[in-house]
Design a protein around this ligand. Structure first.
Ligand SMILES: Cc1cc2nc3c(=O)[nH]c(=O)nc-3n(C[C@H](O)[C@H](O)[C@H](O)COP(=O)(O)OP(=O)(O)OC[C@H]3O[C@@H](n4cnc5c(N)ncnc54)[C@H](O)[C@@H]3O)c2cc1C
Length: 412
């Protein structure tokens, strides 16, 4: 495992921050490879194991919070450190070298946190941001529906006002860890007479509210990470609306932008090619020309992802809008993840899909899971559309339903 402390492109200030972060981490956690590997064993086959994993993630989140590293670039009065975005990026690079994770809590913080921080009331910030960062509240995302995924604004879960509450009825789907979450960010339609983007409201939902029913969905690898969430006469206080009633699409856009950058920029382990090389050695493939070419490709992709992450970091350090579109990073990352699964399982031959070897469990699962990154957080096709419009300035897709009341649309 690499032990150097300075990155070649760090400024003096960045190198000092990196050294401080690394010293704190070294005092508390084993380097990845020296620990028991729990942080990358993210797939669980029963709820008890999943819950135990979540508890370990909560514990690490609490340590981060107490050490002042849970949200480096958030304001101090929201539980953060009042630091800079580039510091957050450096800390992410460093923590990826250690056998620790906040797991799904990190996703909740990255998605719900900025939405509340940016659009929430003072009361919402005080009530939710600190407990979220301390690991006391796990948050899930209740956006997708059977008829609204890529076309999210077509969602049909209804929220109708009733005194100082809204009454919600509908169904969500593919909601990661909703069965283990304390709170959820929810999109629901509050005005069906308005065009689809203009009649949606963003809510904070206490998952213990009567009428909220998460039903885990078992997927091909045997785990049940996702849920359908049924909402039946669920009462949400008006004080849990984030932003304006019917103005929820602006809040959702912030969440979706953060989601693709989070997935593309934050989930890769620095040593992922090192794992593949180790696997090639173990299975006697290290001299095979095709395997070597693929390993070189994986390494190149890993380095390019690192360079893109740094480019993003540099823009942030200079206080500029990032000059790299989040969709570019997300698609490049999802392709890399898919190739990595193919390569790992391919090296194992028949053992990649059958047998009870430890590598079969890890890489067989990786192969089954290899497409999630091309769908979750927006599909590759949708991100390519984004790139066409935002980066290449190509003509936009036709949007014939943009000004039509939602209830007059097909499926509305
Ligand atoms: C691992 C994972 C975790 C997830 N977690 C959550 C979660 O926590 N909360 C939540 O709410 N949702 C979650 N999702 C759901 C996810 O957001 C949706 O699956 C995704 O937005 C795609 O929607 P869909 O599945 O309805 O597919 P569809 O939108 O029906 O797409 C089907 C196919 O059509 C293509 N397509 C659609 N529109 C276009 C277009 N305009 N141009 C070209 N091609 C198009 C798509 O690319 C895709 O190939 C998760 C999904 C995954 C895989």
């Amino acid at each position: 495992m690499e032990k150097r402390t300075k990155h070649p492109q760090d400024t003096t200030e960045q190198a000092a921050f990196r050294a401080e972060a690394r010293a704190w981490l070294t005092a508390r956690a084993p380097l990845w490879g020296d620990g028991d590997g729990w942080s990358t064993r993210t797939t669980h086959f029963d709820v008890a194991a999943e819950k135990a994993y979540m508890d370990r993630c909560r514990q690490w989140q609490r340590e981060l919070y107490e050490g002042g590293w849970a949200a480096i670039d958030w304001p101090i009065d929201h539980g953060g450190r009042g630091g800079e975005r580039w510091q957050q990026q450096i800390f992410q690079q460093e923590v990826a070298r250690f056998d620790v994770t906040s797991g799904f809590l990190a996703a909740g913080i990255a998605l719900a946190g900025p939405a509340i921080g940016h659009f929430g009331t003072e009361e919402q910030k005080v009530r939710h941001l600190g407990p979220m960062l301390r690991g006391d509240m796990v948050w899930c995302q209740l956006f997708s529906e059977p008829g609204a995924g890529s076309d999210l604004a077509n969602l049909s879960t209804r929220a109708e006002p009733d005194g100082d509450e809204f009454v919600v009825n509908g169904q969500k789907v593919w909601n990661s860890s909703a069965h283990l979450s304390d709170w959820g960010i929810l999109l629901a339609r509050t005005n069906p007479d308005a065009p689809k983007h203009k009649g949606i409201t963003f809510f904070l939902l206490d998952m213990t509210t009567p009428g909220v029913e998460p039903r885990p969905i078992r997927t091909i690898n045997g785990s049940a990470h996702f849920n359908e969430v049924f909402l039946n006469e669920v009462r949400i206080p008006t004080e849990n609306v984030v932003g304006e009633v019917n103005g929820g699409w602006s809040v959702a856009r912030l969440v979706l932008a953060n989601e693709s950058t989070m997935i593309g920029g934050g989930l890769g382990r620095a040593d992922s090619t090192a794992n593949l090389i180790e696997l090639a050695r173990r299975w006697g493939k290290i001299r095979e020309p095709m395997v070597r070419q693929e390993l070189a490709r994986a390494y190149t992709r890993e380095k390019l992802l690192d360079v893109m992450g740094r480019r993003l970091q540099e823009s942030l350090r200079r206080g500029r809008q990032p000059d790299l579109d989040g969709s570019v990073l997300k698609v490049y990352w999802s392709e890399s993840r898919r190739d990595r699964g193919n390569l790992g399982v391919g090296m194992l031959g028949g053992f990649g899909v059958a047998g009870d070897h430890e590598d079969t469990k890890v890489w067989g699962n990786e192969a089954l899971n290899r497409f999630w990154g091309s769908i979750g957080g927006g599909t590759d096709e949708v991100h390519r559309n984004n790139m066409a419009e935002r980066v290449l300035d190509l003509p936009p897709e036709p949007r014939v339903d943009k000004h039509v009341p939602w209830k007059e649309q097909v499926g509305g």
